[in-house]
Design a protein around this ligand. Structure first.
Ligand SMILES: *[C@@H]1O[C@H](CO)[C@@H](O)[C@H](O)[C@H]1NC(C)=O
Ligand SMILES: *[C@@H]1O[C@H](CO)[C@@H](O)[C@H](O)[C@H]1NC(C)=O
Ligand SMILES: *[C@@H]1O[C@H](CO)[C@@H](O)[C@H](O)[C@H]1NC(C)=O
Ligand SMILES: *[C@@H]1O[C@H](CO)[C@@H](O)[C@H](O)[C@H]1NC(C)=O
Ligand SMILES: *[C@@H]1O[C@H](CO)[C@@H](O)[C@H](O)[C@H]1NC(C)=O
Length: 227
């Protein structure tokens, strides 16, 4: 009972701690595989695409457009490269695709590879992924999908999603834009948060642990309780 009272008193003290205390950042861990879930930061679509998962939309042999789906499973991804590659932004992101599975890389169209509306699409294609696509860790307290590549003069722009017509109908396609560019009207700004998916790849080579959240939905609750 006395212990309980002491704990209650400490908890009460913690709750009245000065607001200069750094906000707690949601706990994350690592996993060989992870899903990538959209956190809409502005201009959500209707219906909402909050927490939709990144997956592939097949458009040709070994070629797919990266799209967001309401199916929480989405695709499982992994970081591939040596530990040194990961440390110096020289790694990339892969996923198992096809039957039997083979490695497919997450590809970001370069500035000279835009579509007919000037957008840089994101693809999940058989073969290599774009070097410099990563799960940011230090100094960012929240791991999320980033793209930076000194050789391409590409320094950490943003992701956005648009309701686009693809060969089999409407789909929510993912795009990348540089820091200088604006998100087109009607599209949602998103970050992509990694959620741990265990060790499910059967073809991963050089997979490195990826930073991820046990549950992205639980972070939303954490954010809500912090405000
Ligand atoms: C998700 O987006 C909201 C709205 O911009 C933001 O307040 C929140 O911090 C984001 N969550 C994470 C984990 O980045
Ligand atoms: C995308 O547009 C189609 C109509 O073209 C609509 O049926 C669908 O609900 C839209 N999806 C989202 C998430 O906005
Ligand atoms: C980056 O990785 C590629 C292989 O993916 C390798 O050929 C190259 O030497 C690496 N560059 C650096 C600076 O480590
Ligand atoms: C775009 O530029 C890169 C060099 O940055 C080059 O390797 C690539 O072939 C170019 N792509 C097109 C479609 O011109
Ligand atoms: C993942 O599973 C494979 C077998 O499917 C195993 O070889 C590998 O060591 C496991 N990796 C981790 C990090 O547990």
């Amino acid at each position: 009972m006395a212990t309980f009272l002491l704990i209650s008193a400490l908890a009460a003290l913690a709750m009245t701690a000065p607001t200069t205390t750094a906000p707690s950042s949601p706990a994350h861990t690592t996993s060989p595989n992870f899903r990538l879930l959209a956190n809409v930061t502005s201009c959500d679509l209707t219906p909402s695409i909050q927490n939709w998962a990144l997956t592939s939309y097949h458009v040709g042999a070994g070629e797919a457009v990266a799209v967001l789906t309401s199916d929480h499973a989405g695709r499982a991804f992994y970081v591939a490269g040596s530990p040194t590659d990961v440390r110096y932004g020289n790694a990339s992101i892969f996923s198992d695709g096809g039957t039997p599975p083979f490695p497919e890389g997450l590809v970001v169209s370069q500035a000279n590879e835009t579509d007919d509306q000037g957008r840089r699409s994101v693809r999940i294609n058989a073969g290599d992924g774009t070097i410099g696509v990563a799960l940011a860790a230090f100094p960012n307290p929240i791991p999320s999908l980033t793209y930076g590549n000194a050789a391409e003069a590409e320094s950490f722009g943003g992701w956005y999603a648009c309701n686009t017509t693809l060969p089999y109908g409407a789909a929510i396609a993912l795009y990348y834009r540089s820091l200088q560019e604006a998100t087109p009207g009607g599209c949602a700004d998103v970050t992509l948060l990694p959620e741990c998916a265990g060790n499910v790849s059967t073809v991963a080579a050089n997979a490195q642990p990826g930073s991820c959240f046990p549950s992205v939905a639980a972070i939303d609750e954490h954010d809500a309780s912090a405000t």
